[in-house]
Design a protein around this ligand. Structure first.
Ligand code: NDP
Length: 269
């Protein structure tokens, strides 16, 4: 039996075991996947003990340990993880830990399942935290017309643009939100968790085909409600992204690609 886990603190809320056990059933894998609440001071030791078991193949890492997981795998991490300086997936290969950030793969897969293609689209990211850093590169690889980023703290948006250095990627101020006429607007902030709106303008949804919130909830988030009221043609929350980023991790670990649509439907809160 292959062993997996998700490490966080707190961790009781995590849906990862349910998601990965469904993936295992769908792909014929026999796995054990557990939640492990690592002590704040002892994350590295807890991970080391987990991987000392020869059956341990991989783990997910969530708040507040993603940056420390990056440190554990810095020498062998994917491009998004290097940009984000954070890792949500570790994979043990020949005794060495490889690190990945799968948020970008997850977001792109969920957007493609909704919109068909991102090619030629003007995409606007709102937010400049770790999640934004992990998704910008994968979005640019989908050949959009342009990718814009706005954030409450403008300097953080500028820093991401500077780090990624792609001519299609530009930081914009709140005053420029309307003029970019974005087709896809993605709220990458945690504002919806507290019922707040991120940096928005009520006129920016005129050309918006999809307003997407990375936060998910049983009800439409404040941002989704606002976008729909102001003219967005469709809205979607981040539950699909959650399942898709887990699927990307599962594929890294097992080489198998699980069917996600049924999992999203079954587990959606
Ligand atoms: P960070 O803490 O790194 O960044 C938070 C971002 O949100 C910053 O840009 C911050 O702005 C902004 N922000 C926070 N509160 C407000 C507010 N009240 N008004 C305006 N802006 C605000 O978080 P992450 O980037 O790691 O994650 C962002 C969100 O995405 C989280 O809610 C997380 O749960 C979700 N997420 C969802 C995933 C999924 O699979 N569905 C995967 C990954 C993340 P400032 O820079 O000005 O402080």
């Amino acid at each position: 039996m292959k062993k997996f886990a998700v490490f966080g603190n707190p961790i009781s809320q995590s849906l990862s075991p349910a998601i990965h056990h469904m993936f295992a059933d769908l792909t014929g894998e026999t796995i054990q996947y557990e939640k492990i609440e690592a002590p704040i001071e002892g994350f590295e030791d807890t991970v080391t003990n987990f991987f000392a078991d020869e059956r341990a193949v991989g783990c997910n890492v969530t708040v507040p340990f993603k940056e420390r997981a990056f440190k554990l795998s810095e020498a062998n991490c994917n491009e998004e993880a290097a940009t984000a300086k954070a890792v949500n997936t570790l994979h043990k290969v020949n005794g060495c830990l490889n690190g990945y950030t799968t948020d970008g793969m997850g977001l792109v897969a969920d957007l493609l399942s909704t919109t068909g293609s991102l090619s030629g689209k003007r995409i606007l990211l709102i937010g400049a935290g770790g999640a934004t850093r992990g998704v910008a590169g994968p979005l640019l690889r989908e050949n959009p017309e342009s990718l814009f980023i706005a954030n409450r703290t403008f300097a953080k948006a500028q820093a991401i643009v500077s780090d990624i250095a792609n001519p299609k990627f530009e930081a914009i101020t709140a005053d420029e939100l309307v003029s970019v006429e974005a087709h896809i607007i993605i709220n990458c902030t945690s504002a919806s968790l507290t019922g707040d709106l991120p940096v928005v303008s009520e006129s920016m949804f005129g050309k918006c085909e999809l307003a997407y919130d990375m936060v998910y909830s049983s009800q439409p988030t404040r941002f989704m409600q606002y976008a729909a009221e102001k003219g967005a043609a469709a809205t979607r929350d981040g539950f699909g992204m959650l399942v898709e980023q887990a699927a990307a991790a599962f594929t890294i670990w097992t080489g198998k690609t699980p069917e996600t649509a049924g999992v999203i439907q079954k587990l959606r809160p």
